[in-house]
Write a protein that binds this ligand. Structure first.
Ligand SMILES: Nc1ncnc2c1ncn2[C@@H]1O[C@H](COP(=O)(O)OP(=O)(O)OP(=O)(O)O)[C@@H](O)[C@H]1O
Ligand SMILES: [Mg+2]
Length: 367
């Protein structure tokens, strides 16, 4: 069951506090403080969702209490509503300057108190909910990317492993039959070794992928071409197996950007995955990636000649959970992850597409 929101009422006249408390106690858990010190102590201890604060009190007045609450990290976010008999603009302004969110004038009108308090509590709850949603979204997107990565690794490691295993079996047969050709073995050993290096590379790369994940927000000097190459370590084999021709047109000596290579790899993973899907029934399937710089922007154009996207659908593709793919094939998170990551890099992403011609994503990141 959802717990009731908590409200702290601060008034040096107990009768006033009691009237308010009675009015609000059916919907909220109410506590009362009778002076400034008491108010701060109770606020820090009980972390109320909202504070109703009288202005004129002996000792520490309401303005000072409010300033103190707003200066403390742990109470800063609690909204304060001033209770004031003074209706002059000056005192109301002073309340807002001290950090208050709103004010209610005395003598109280019950309906106004209820509505004002209700509005603030609702606002807090909505903010809390959207924060929670955001966290949930992030967790889901992490899982989705993890799935992509895992599939990619399986593809990538399978092929060199198949070669090595074939080589060992052939060697065994050659020994059994006493049919040994040292030159051939030497040549194949070299190839086998190259396959081992390739697997080691992939694993090495995954280790950095995992580690960097913990420093997710950290931005380092990043080379986008390197990011693309690293992505291809994971995705390259899947692209080849899908008979897609990959063309890279990269301006030489491209400047670096400030970014998270791990996150930017996720951008490429998602774009590749979408293009592979869009190209599943294409003839002469092609993915063409252009990278160049223009006016302090590093621009990546990521294009495929796949099925394209309808104009109406284009408006929705960056929305989380929007997918045209059947259940189990797409979660609809790919492009919303792309969008979020590019936003975090202060960049932009746009889509141009035409049905049956293909789709281009244009990503701009400041240099
Ligand atoms: N290159 C593309 N060509 C054609 N359609 C695309 C392309 N990229 C995205 N889309 C369309 O945009 C929709 C949303 O893409 P998004 O990557 O967000 O989700 P998804 O691919 O459906 O699922 P997920 O990426 O979570 O597995 C897709 O369902 C598809 O209709
Ligand atoms: Mg996708």
């Amino acid at each position: 069951m959802e717990t009731q929101p908590r409200i702290l009422i601060v008034d040096d006249v107990p009768a006033n506090a009691k009237v308010l408390a009675e009015l609000l106690s059916s919907d909220y858990i109410v506590s009362i403080a009778v002076n400034g010190h008491d108010a701060i102590e109770t606020a820090l201890l009980t972390k109320p969702d909202l504070i109703l604060l009288d202005i004129i009190m002996p000792g520490m007045d309401g303005y000072e209490v409010c300033k103190k609450l707003k200066a403390d990290e742990s109470s800063r976010k609690i909204p304060v509503i001033f209770l004031t008999g003074q209706t002059e603009t000056e005192s109301i302004k002073k309340g807002f300057e001290a950090g208050a969110e709103d004010y209610i004038t005395k003598p109280f009108d019950e309906a106004i108190v209820r509505v004002r308090v209700g509005n603030h509590i609702r606002k807090i709850k909505t903010e809390e909910e959207s924060r929670l949603n955001e966290i949930q979204m992030l967790a889901v997107s992490k899982l989705a990317t993890l799935g992509e990565v895992a599939t990619g690794i399986a593809h990538e490691i399978n092929q060199p492993l198949a070669y090595i295993s074939g080589f060992i079996q052939n060697l065994e047969i050659a020994f059994e039959k006493n049919n040994i050709d040292p030159d051939k073995i030497k040549k194949n050993l070299k190839t086998a070794y190259r396959q081992v290096v390739r697997i080691t590379d992939i694993i090495q790369h995954l280790r950095t992928f995992g580690r960097k994940d913990q420093e997710e927000k950290q931005k380092e000097i990043t080379n986008m071409v390197k990011v693309l190459d690293n992505t291809l370590l994971i995705m390259g084999e899947r692209i080849r197996l899908s008979n897609i021709d990959l063309k890279k047109i990269i301006e030489p000596d491209l400047p670096a950007i400030k970014g998270s290579s791990n996150q930017l790899e996720q951008v490429f993973i998602n774009l590749f995955q979408n293009s592979v899907d869009a190209l599943s029934s294409a003839k002469e399937a092609e993915i063409r990636i252009k990278m160049y710089s223009d006016k302090n922007m590093l621009i990546t154009e990521f294009a495929d000649n796949g099925e394209g996207i309808d104009k109406e659908i284009q408006k929705k593709i960056f929305e989380p959970f929007y997918t045209t793919k059947e259940v189990g094939k797409g979660t609809g998170l790919g492009l919303s992850i792309v969008y979020g990551i590019i936003q975090e890099h202060n960049g932009s992403v746009a889509c141009e597409s035409e049905i049956n011609k293909g789709t281009t994503f244009i990503i701009k990141i400041p240099i």
